[in-house]
Design a protein around this ligand. Structure first.
Ligand code: FAD
Length: 419
């Protein structure tokens, strides 16, 4: 197995291309946009957060969701219009509640593994991406929330992620710009934050230097298994071409479900919409008043990351409304209001709003490795943690493909024993 196509040029596709190119494969990455990282890997919350690895399949999430159901500015919004996709996803989500503990530990372990690869690649390839290794601070506003977090910390500890409880005074010592009243917090000093778009585009160039072909404006419309691999039909400038590869890796984010369905597989990714605002810290007062430590406000499910001196990214909300990508003013407003309440000296005059679709599996665990159909692999469904996990899952899928190549080589190199 030598030639590998990758569908999708977000963080999962580009990290996969890089990991495979490093192993000597002839890699072709096909992306429908003009550049890498233009969809969900464009302007996310920025957190490389093992401490946020808790999966959402918990009764506390469902209780909160029911409370928020009818509030237009609630962090979670489920559009009631029923679709088979939504119903099947929610039923699998409920079914996965029994795996809450195991899945949280598994994701936290993956996040720890991912850090090492990501930092090493950035170092080796000279990628600047506004990395801040100052930890992540979780903010709790009441006792119930804090106690839930204490239980989560025990799971994280089992995955090798130490997260310590901190008092409001300690929180202010960790991040002096914090102004509000808080019940308590949790701090993970091994976590970090950075710009996913800058990293992904930097790594795409590194993959090219290793020989990977990156083809943009290429929309894969058909995936067909053939006897010795996979045939892809690609639309480019309104004309369709087909090419054959030994294997394909589906890294198509929210579009992965549709591609998997073409080969008869159920990869039940739902597009869970989230929003971000990037505040441009144009004046010295805003720069001084904005936090440097990356934050998670557990009550409203917002995250915030400082990107260099001059940008502050605030992200959050989860909306179940299919492939709708509209940027709604009433969903952006809570993000800006949060900044006004918590960091009143930070100007919100100059901001860039954005919406993206989290490719989320019902159990929140990404689908990584070989599919049922020979030659078709997946590295997708990373949900709220794609930036945190991508480097580890890319290594996993590249390792699986390399192992398959090596076993074929071994079989063909073994001389036949005649009876
Ligand atoms: C508001 C928000 C905040 C977030 N914050 C964080 C965070 O703080 N930390 C964290 O770890 N994660 C965070 N995430 C999640 C993270 O951003 C995603 O998990 C990650 O970006 C998904 O990457 P991906 O490569 O799977 O998908 P994408 O980045 O969407 O890439 C998929 C690519 O595939 C291409 N594609 C699809 N179909 C085809 C086709 N048929 N042919 C060719 N190309 C195709 C698309 O154009 C796209 O470029 C956040 C997400 C959101 C929405």
């Amino acid at each position: 197995m030598k030639t590998i196509a990758i569908i999708g040029g977000g963080v999962t596709g580009v990290t996969t291309a890089y990991a495979l190119a490093k192993r000597g494969f002839a890699v072709t990455l096909l992306e429908r946009h003009r550049y890498a990282a233009m969809e969900t890997s464009y302007a996310n919350g920025g957190q490389l957060s093992a401490s946020n690895a808790e999966v959402w399949n918990h009764r506390a999430t469902i209780a909160k969701a029911l409370q928020w159901m009818l509030k237009r500015d609630a962090p979670l919004l489920v559009h009631l219009h029923p679709t088979w996709h939504k119903l099947s996803w929610f039923s699998e989500f409920i079914g996965a509640m029994q795996h809450y503990h195991d899945n949280t530990i598994a994701l936290a372990r993956m996040a720890v593994a991912a850090r090492e690869h990501l930092f090493q690649w950035a170092d080796e390839e000279g990628i600047q991406f506004d990395l801040k290794r100052q930890g992540i601070l979780h903010i709790h506003h009441d006792r119930a929330e804090f106690e839930h977090a204490v239980a989560v910390s025990k799971l994280l500890a089992r995955a090798g992620v130490p997260r310590r409880a901190v008092t409001p005074e300690e929180m202010r010592a960790i991040e002096p710009s914090l102004q509000g009243q808080y019940y308590a917090g949790h701090y993970t000093d091994s976590d970090s934050s950075g710009d996913i778009h800058k990293f992904t585009t930097g790594l795409a160039q590194a993959a090219q230097r290793l020989g990977a072909q990156l083809r943009f404006n290429q929309h894969v419309v058909q995936l067909n298994p053939i006897s010795n691999g996979v045939r892809l039909t690609v639309l480019h400038d309104d004309s369709a071409t087909t090419s054959d590869y030994d294997a394909v890796v589906v890294c198509a984010g929210a579009a992965s479900r549709e591609l998997a369905a073409q080969v008869g597989e159920n990869v039940n990714v739902y597009p869970v919409k989230g929003y971000s605002v990037t505040l441009h810290l144009d004046d010295a007062a805003s720069q001084a008043a904005a936090p440097n430590v990356s934050l998670v406000d557990d009550t409203v499910k917002l995250v915030c990351s400082r990107l260099g001196d001059k940008r502050l990214r605030v992200a959050g909300t989860a909306e179940f409304n299919g492939f709708n990508r509209d940027i709604r003013a009433d969903r952006i407003a809570p993000l800006t209001n949060w900044v006004q309440q918590n960091f009143p000296e930070v100007s919100t005059r100059n901001l860039t709003p954005w919406a993206g679709l989290r490719p989320m599996m019902p159990d929140l665990v990404p689908r990584v490795g070989a599919g049922k159909v020979s030659g078709v692999y997946y590295n997708t469904g990373h949900g709220h943690l794609g930036w945190t996990l991508a480097a580890a899952t890319a290594e996993m899928v590249a390792g699986a493909i390399a192992a398959s190549r090596d076993s074929v080589l071994q079989r063909t190199a073994t001389p036949l024993k005649l009876a």
